[in-house]
Design a protein around this ligand. Sequence first.
Ligand code: FMN
Length: 269
Amino acid sequence: MQYYEQIVANRHSCRNFAKKPVGEDLLYKLLTYYDDRTRNLTEHIKTFIKFFDGSVCEKLGDYVGYNGHCIKAPAYMVVYSEEKGRYLENAGFIAEALTLKMTELGLAACWQTVNNAEAVKEVLGKETDMVVACVVAFGYRDKKSKEKPVEKISLDDLTFGTKYGQDIDPTRFYRELEDGLRAMAHSQSFLNLQPYRVIVDTDQIVLVGIPDNVTKEADRHLNYGIAMFNFISVVWATRDTTPKWSFAPVTDRDLGLPADVKYVAKCKL
Ligand SMILES: Cc1cc2nc3c(=O)[nH]c(=O)nc-3n(C[C@H](O)[C@H](O)[C@H](O)COP(=O)(O)O)c2cc1C
């Protein structure tokens, strides 16, 4: 509850950063958090993260950001990844863990859509076989900024009971599950479109993607990873044993998915 309210619900994107640089001590904390994290979405995909200072904004040019506009920030985090199946969900999961850690450390962040991953890799000059999976601008929020949190999908609109399209019985919710689902509903997404829904059964939840002609393929997968981390982060904060997301198909029940709705992953409760 506390983690949901203080961290997840408190996070909102920042597009007006103060000029103050992010200290080495905080970068070290973020890096240590990345290195120490034992809870991965998938075990078999290698990744690494790298921080860059604000001077790379110019180099990034129109290779990142809505309409080719990179948000000016004192720091940028780039997640590099092996290019394997589900690598974008995995990178989204990792970068969201770090974005929430930034919130904990008093920093603010804004994801930057990657318009040209190869060009980003080239201008950042990192020699690696891995690809650029995502870019997050971060730093301190300008205290004079009037930026307001945006509206998010309601829990009611996000969730279905047992089958796609079915109303959910609200007595099915218990505190931890409800907070986890609220955390999913609060997730960042490309243009705040939140093109996914969650089917809630007694023993598992299922994330599905809904049709959306606007979100680019890569951002769609990053969106999923973010939502999956948000759910898990709240449950982790209250339990020793933690559920895990799985991409294995659901074969033991009918989810009632319309043809244009895509199964993403399931998580045993
Ligand atoms: C994959 C992805 C790409 C995004 N790209 C951009 C971007 O290029 N520029 C920007 O200002 N915000 C970007 N955002 C931030 C979203 O617009 C923001 O998360 C959404 O509007 C919801 O607001 P919130 O983060 O305050 O909850 C991106 C978010 C995601 C998840």
